[in-house]
Design a protein around this ligand. Sequence first.
Ligand code: GN1
Ligand code: MG
Length: 367
Amino acid sequence: MKLSQIQEIFLKFDIPSPPISFSAKQSGNINRTYAVTTADGVQYILQRVNTYVFKDPDALMENVANVTAFLAKKIKRNGGDPMRETLNLLPAKNGGYYYRDPEDDAIWRIYYLVTDTIAYDAAVRSGILYEAAKAFGEFQRQLEDYPAETLHDTIPDFHNTAKRYEAFETAVAADEAGRVASVAEEIEMLRALKPYASLIVTGIEEGRIPVRVTHNDTKLNNILMDAESGRGLCVIDLDTVMPGSLLYDFGDSIRFAANNTAEDDPDLSRIFLRLDLYEEYVSGFLKGVGDAITKDEIALLPESVLILTYELALRFMTDYLNGDKYFKILSPDHNLVRTRAQLRLAEDIRQKLPLLRVMTEKYTKKQ
Ligand code: GN1
Ligand code: MG
């Protein structure tokens, strides 16, 4: 990316001053992200939205614009600072909130950068996860009365683990990249966990698990922490805010942040679920959601961690078998390394389920 390209994109937006410097952000497996400073000293986040993953950018951007506006109003009403506690989109000159580059069909959008914040890739200190959990819990609560029927499904069946399983079997059968024979062991391991795929989905279908407006991508680094106070300040990456289950958000957070190591660590001996971090997260999350959570949801909290980990293993393997079309990869076998890491974590979680239940009960007795 060149500064001149960024300057051209900025011209399409209602922004008074031209970009003078930028840096690429490394995080994120889907979109491309840049931090940009303009001549007047204001900082922005510029993003190239992946339209292979998000097939309907209009629907996507409508969701993001509406959700951020809803949050801003609520934050203001509660005496908070809407410029720091939620994302704020910049309007494009031709209407709406994005610019479509006619040359490569790319979609670009710009947010104000929230300054003096830190996004953690790992829980490097105790207390970080507690703050993250509280922030995701509160996010959930803030969206409790959001009109869910007005939200578009930006990725249909995103956390339908049973459908993710079917897609995995379809990829095995098609063997598009000719890789099936080399990963027979991993395929067997994924098949063995199949009974878990339908637990949340069936709960939703039978009406036991409520559908809420959820974030659906609750990685630790999707929260900006206030650099000064250390508090969870702003939930970001709102592309998958859709109707879903609270269990998706809870399980995915723990999958990512309570793992002893990175989600793609090739050294399997380093991969395990840290019980101390699970405990920190449960206590924070329950505080954040307050009494909005139901008994049936509480009952599935431990399993949700296993299910979301398993689901991501299925997704990484599916992409590996399809020839790496969905996730950004940094090496040819990146998706396989990711699959193995998630499978190892899933196995560790499965063995720890009884312990997770005991810990969860400790914080939900009053419910
Ligand atoms: C993707 O874009 P990013 O990196 O925040 C993915 C998540 C996965 C995650 C795994 C839209 O999130 O579902 O859990 O990678 N997002 C999408 O790191 O598929
Ligand atoms: Mg992200």
